[in-house]
Design a protein around this ligand. Structure first.
Ligand code: ZN
Length: 385
């Protein structure tokens, strides 16, 4: 059994230990020490990283009481090594995890709901609760959780004797009876947990709930604590500042400025649609009466207006009514209509003539054409079935 230093002192960043074994794995080395402060992945908290001597530790796992450190280099068994954890990463995780215990403890206390799922991700943490909570209820929890941070109460972790454990009521995901480690946040929560925690709640600094969604009959809450919450606040503030500059609005007037922009955009769209319809009618009027085929090129029409123009042109000619528009992507966007020619049956021939790809119904086909405009015009003008 490896001596687990992280149980006695969650703030031990440097220590010395003797290498007991060093085994080659597929693409790394697994090191077993006589004692370690590296926390192995467990209880929803990822494994610590750092260094054992010169060897970089990328993962830590527990197997049958032994802690194995995955390293990029081998180390000689029997040698004593000075070891160093990635301190800030561990501190952040303890802030997040202890903050989660406060939130879960308060939800349990006030609403009788259980924490039934916990995940510490790169971007944020999620906690799943066994029943629904409104955003107002969660905001109340958030306020109380931050009061608990400011109260700076002690966080105590210990392995109680079976007799002591029997008399205690604590939160637990598993039905454990032996080797239960309890984490107590004074006056807030008592929970079975194997992970290292902060020593006092003040160390957490800040607890921020970000979002909540219905999840499997309960609610999934996204949250951040400590330095992660601070980083997120800084990022949000920078984003709001950027948006406020783009909108030429004060930071606290961004929502109203966005609403005004959206209203203005809707008015512009309505106006553009009306202009486009007028243009379509004008183009259709100008197109020659009694022609066999009509071929038009335009740079302004959107897809709806382009189809509308083709519909009007098919009434004016007996052959093909073809409209080609410049737009995003390669070549030209085409729509071709006809009231006499079966376009689906002729699609292959038309596409070959205009360097195109596309299809549709017997009365209308659409797609993209890559031939030169002059070649397209010659082909459409001369088209006969
Ligand atoms: Zn925990």
């Amino acid at each position: 059994m490896t001596e687990k230093l992280y149980y006695a002192d969650s703030h031990l960043w440097q220590f010395t230990a003797t290498v007991l074994r060093c085994e080659k794995t597929q693409d790394a080395w697994a090191l077993c020490l006589d004692r370690t402060a590296f926390f192995p992945e467990g209880g929803g908290q990822p494994a610590d990283t750092g260094f054992i001597g010169p060897a970089r530790v990328t993962d830590v796992q527990e197997r049958d009481g032994e802690i194995w450190h995955l390293s990029q280099a081998p180390l000689e068994p029997g040698t004593e090594q000075s070891c160093r954890l990635d301190r800030e990463q561990r501190l952040r995780r303890m802030q997040d995890h202890s903050g989660e215990h406060i939130v879960s403890g308060l939800v349990h206390k006030l609403h009788g709901l259980e924490n039934v799922g916990f995940h510490m991700g790169e971007a944020c943490m999620t906690v799943d609760f066994s029943g629904e909570l409104s955003w107002e209820q969660l905001q109340k929890i958030e306020t109380l959780a931050n009061e608990a941070v400011r109260a700076n109460v002690p966080v105590r972790a210990w392995f109680p004797e079976p007799e002591e454990l029997e008399g205690l009521r604590y939160r637990s995901k598993l039905e454990l009876t032996e080797n239960v480690r309890l984490v107590e946040i004074e006056g807030i929560d008592l929970c079975a947990c194997c992970a290292p925690h902060v020593e006092r709640t003040g160390e957490i600094g800040l607890i921020k709930l970000l979002d909540a969604q219905r999840h499997r009959g309960g609610v999934r809450v996204e949250l951040l604590c400590g330095m992660d919450a601070f980083d997120d606040y800084r990022l949000r503030q920078e984003e709001v500042t950027r948006v406020s500059r783009l909108l030429s609005a004060k930071r606290d007037e961004v929502p109203q400025a966005v609403e005004r922009q959206l209203e203005a955009a809707a008015r512009q769209k309505e106006r553009a649609d009306r202009l486009s319809l007028a243009l379509v009618r004008l183009l259709a009027e100008q197109a020659g009466e009694g022609q066999e085929n009509i071929c038009l090129f335009d740079e302004l029409l959107d897809e709806v207006a382009q189809r509308e123009l083709v519909n009007l042109l098919t009434e004016k000619c007996s052959g093909l009514a073809a409209v080609f528009c410049a737009g995003e992507g390669e070549g030209l966007r085409y729509v071709i209509g006809s009231r006499r020619i079966d376009l689906r049956a002729n699609a292959r021939r038309i596409n070959a003539g205009i360097g195109g790809r596309g299809g549709g119904s017997p009365t209308m086909i659409q797609g993209r054409a890559t031939a030169e405009p002059e070649a397209i015009r010659r082909f459409i003008d001369a088209f006969i079935v």
